[in-house]
Design a protein around this ligand. Structure first.
Ligand SMILES: [Zn+2]
Length: 116
C-alpha cells in the first residue's frame, strides 16, 4: 500500500526557527533605529518580521509583539509613535498607535508596571 502523503506544512527544524528568530529580532532592532528618520522603513521592517514568523512557523516573542501595531505594522514606542491612555477603574490601559489611531489593550499587570 502506498504511503500516506506527508502533511504539506511540515514543522521546520529547530535551527531554521532559531535563525528566523534571530532575523526577527534584528529586524526589530533596525526598525527601532529607523523610527525617527524613516517611519515608513520601520513599518516595512515589522512587516518583514511578521512574514518571517508566518513562513517559518515561529511566534514573535511576546516582548516584541507588544511593541508592534497589528493594523499598520508600525513600531510602538511610547512618546514617539504611541500614546498611553489610562482607563481608570479598569485593569487595563490603551496604547494608541499614532499612525493609524488603532488602540490596543494593555493589561496593567505585565506591561505598564515596567513603564511606571
Ligand atoms: Zn497602527
Amino acid at each position: 500500500m502506498a504511503k500516506r502523503d506527508a502533511p504539506r506544512r511540515r514543522q521546520k527544524p529547530n535551527w531554521v526557527k532559531d535563525l528566523a528568530l534571530k532575523r526577527i529580532r534584528r529586524l526589530f532592532e533596525l526598525a527601532e533605529q529607523e523610527l525617527e528618520v524613516h517611519p515608513d522603513r520601520t513599518r516595512r521592517y515589522v512587516e518583514l518580521a511578521r512574514k518571517l514568523s508566518t513562513k517559518y512557523n515561529t511566534t514573535i516573542p511576546k516582548e516584541l509583539k507588544e511593541k508592534m501595531c497589528k493594523q499598520c505594522n508600525s513600531l510602538l514606542i511610547e512618546g514617539k509613535s504611541m500614546r498611553v491612555e489610562q482607563v481608570s477603574k479598569v485593569n487595563y490601559a490603551l496604547a494608541v498607535c499614532l499612525n493609524c489611531m488603532n488602540a490596543k489593550k494593555r493589561f496593567l499587570g505585565s506591561w505598564l508596571r515596567q513603564q511606571l
